[in-house]
Design a protein around this ligand. Structure first.
Ligand SMILES: [Fe+2]
Ligand SMILES: [Fe+2]
Length: 242
């Protein structure tokens, strides 16, 4: 267990309380636009879909990281550093303390290791990346804690954001296409159903409601604060004729 983990462990609940405003805001957003979890046949979210849509939220945080890293590299520190700090808070609460610890490390990885094969061989690397990610998150939170980024911190912060985004893009891509697929195949239909129910239970106990909806609402708010909410801004520029 790394030092940051050590510090985070006893205060995990406290962190959720601290992030309460954040998640309450997310919940309010979900109330306005998000849909409550469907329980009707055909509307249920499987365990793998659950994990993959959580990756979607985390990748939106990675986009925030890449964009702000670009600003920092260009010498800009005049953006809303508190919003960047909130992105790291969300990554900690939703990505690390919930998605990684409660779902992947408790359920997916042990089952993969039991099943063996190429996906099992990925597990030590995935765990090492979780640990490195926690260090990066702690660093980002610390550098944004005052609500402004000291110009002297900009190069190191930009590099941590960029490196972390690069690592976690690969991490989620390998999980989606190798680890989760092997996990699904290692289970019977009944076991898959049980896993889905189990994940739902964990989500409810962790967030007192729909964690995904709350996190998706929260990341949208962060994007708004940083002027990153419009999907069209990412459309590539005109491409020269071949
Ligand atoms: Fe992971
Ligand atoms: Fe993951």
């Amino acid at each position: 267990m790394d030092q940051d983990q050590d510090q985070a462990r006893p205060s995990r609940r406290a962190a959720f309380v601290a992030a309460g405003g954040v998640f309450a805001a997310g919940l309010a957003l979900a109330g306005c636009g998000g849909k409550p979890e469907q329980k009707s046949p055909g509307g249920e979210v499987s365990a793998v879909e659950d994990l993959m849509r959580e990756h979607g939220v985390l990748r939106r945080i990675l986009i925030v990281y890449r964009e702000t890293a670009g600003w920092l590299a260009a010498g800009r520190t005049d953006f809303d550093a508190a919003a960047l700090g909130q992105a790291a808070d969300l990554f900690r609460a939703f990505g690390e303390d919930y998605h990684e610890r409660e779902l992947e490390e408790q359920h997916v990885f042990p089952q993969l290791q039991k099943a063996g094969g190429p996906a099992a061989a990925l597990v030590p690397v995935l765990l090492a990346q979780h640990a490195r990610g926690r260090q990066a998150t702690a660093f980002v939170r610390a550098r944004c804690a005052s609500g402004r980024i000291a110009p002297a911190d900009a190069p190191a912060l930009g590099k941590v954001l960029q490196d972390f985004a690069r690592m976690y893009e690969a991490h989620t891509a390998f999980e989606d296409t190798v680890a989760f697929q092997a996990w699904r195949q290692s289970m019977s239909d009944k076991e898959r159903e049980t896993a889905g129910d189990q994940f739902e239970k964990v989500e409810r106990s962790h967030f007192a409601g729909g964690g995904f909806e709350m996190a998706a609402g929260q990341v949208a708010q962060i994007e708004q604060k940083l002027g990153l909410a419009d999907l069209a801004r990412y459309t590539a520029g005109a491409v020269p004729a071949p």
